[in-house]
Design a protein around this ligand. Sequence first.
Ligand code: CUV
Ligand code: SF4
Length: 635
Amino acid sequence: MAAKPIKLLNVEDLTICETTAEMITKARADGVELFFDRATAIKPCPIGEQSACCKHCSMGPCRMNTKSPYDRVGVCGATIDTIVARNFGRMVAAGTAAHTDHGMAMLELFRDVINGKVKDFSIKDPLKLFEIAESLDIVTEGRELKDVALDLYRELERTYVQVEGELPMMKRVPEKTLELWRKAGIVPRGAMREIMEMMHRTAMGVDQDYENIMLQISRTALADGWGGSMVSTDISDILFGTPAPLEIEIDMGVLKKDKVNIIVHGHEPILLEAMLLSAADPEIKEMAKDAGAKGINLVGMCCSGLDVMSRHGLPHAGNFSSTEAVLVTGAIDAMTVDIQCIKQDLKRVADFYDTPFITTNYRAKIEGALHIPLDEQNPLVCTDEIILKAIARFQTRKKPIQIPRKKTTGVHGFSYEYINYMLGGSFRGGYTPLNENIINGRIRGVAGVVGCTNPRSKHDYSHVELVKELIKNDVLVLQTGCSQMALAKAGLTGPDAAALAGDGLAEVCETVGMPPVLGLGACVDNSRILIAASEMVKTGGLGESLADLPAAGCAPEWMSEKAIAIGHYFVASGIYVVFGHTLPVTGGTRFEKLLFEGLEDLGFGKWAVADDPLEMARLMIAHIDKKRSQLGIDK
Ligand code: CUV
Ligand code: SF4
């Protein structure tokens, strides 16, 4: 019997990204299936969607009744609250592991750069190195860079492996927030330790008290945000330079018909940094010319691109939902990837368009794909070869090429320090300009809008509508990840976007010429938002703990386990977090109540879920207003 044909949705219902839409249409005409159409064909399991199923042992899997969750218990007696909490905990553990393993790879690279084993990279931002060393009480005065760097390496390694005591980065946490964590017993140790304990406690027959499981969920997530992710960001800045605002071109229109187009997609900056070195090699440039190309066009996608674009002004082709679509242009002469958010199906789509698809990290191979391992000590061996493959493909391009025209220019690469620098001057009471503008009400509050795109919700739509509504209401928006790309494509990361902001925020933006939507970088750079929030507390006038801030976060179209880890480290830090379209919890359970209400009563932030972007904005603004009135700045 033939498989039932998939009923295809209208392209306008799948995405608001014009270039992606154009490529979905082309893919359908070419007979190439993309994940948008598979998402229509595969209906999510209604029980799994609410996380009401346990498969932690072979007495099960045990399925609960989502309509009446306390109707039954698992074979072992596990209640719905135990089951949902355990599943949530394992998602946090997986997300934390991803950021942490990435961070640890960065730290190993840092070590090998210091001890001279890696020669292709060096320390680009020694100032930041000294700054971080000092913030961790490492003596710097009169010492050689190398000695300080080695001490910093040893100190930061504890972020991952420490078995006892508090992590080094706890020195950055506002005191009152840290006090709360100490009282709850959730100050994180090394991420390895916390992930191990999380996995243990969620195994069959161990922790079966959802409130107690929640403590370890928070501790594990904090080991990500204030540990694995934060160290990754800091080391990337030290090695490759701290980003400063730069104009970047974004969207598929950055592809060039007459150049060798190479897409780099994934998460570790080293692959793209090494590709830049290879592409700048005069011999390789010459080879590209000999092949008839006008040059090599390196383009980032997803977090790899975000990480590197604001350091080098590199163009960016789009976010997670466009990685297959970009191949459909036929213009990609090679796509190379490292780790995370790499759809296995990219290989099949690449094959169809004769695009070499190359994996580079031993952790992440894809069946049938060419694997060229990137050796940190000699990275150009790998990246030279990738470019040669791309040049060869350029020369033998077979299929017709269709490059969408649209591209948008915006400014990206902000940091907390830069935001204050931009706003300029010092204000009465000694508050920083950001705090002063929040206190005087020109800026109502700050929102982090971050995270993935997902074919189960219209691509980019919620990101864009949510952010428009927030800035209209004078909320300054900080961005990372695929969300940042969505707003960049929609043209909201340029100074002109101030016209869409409310009067107060527009005034601030126009005075300094900054956009109301500030791109901070990749997902691990959410730690920049934590640092910004901490500094806002420490510089005064906005309460004593992170939970006092008129701030909120949102991941409107999330999909990865990493997003759950990020969401929860914000919640455990005291921030209100709204997730779009779904959350893996069973409705009407005590665990859900703990997420949505109980955590806030205990002094933490809390979770919420909403479908519609205007509803997300309403929830966030209501929370910001509540905090303003608690601070007494709600005139
Ligand atoms: Ni790390 S995690 S889809 S690439 S933001 Fe993009 Fe960002 Fe989610 Fe993945
Ligand atoms: Fe079922 Fe309990 Fe085993 Fe889970 S741990 S599968 S609830 S018996």
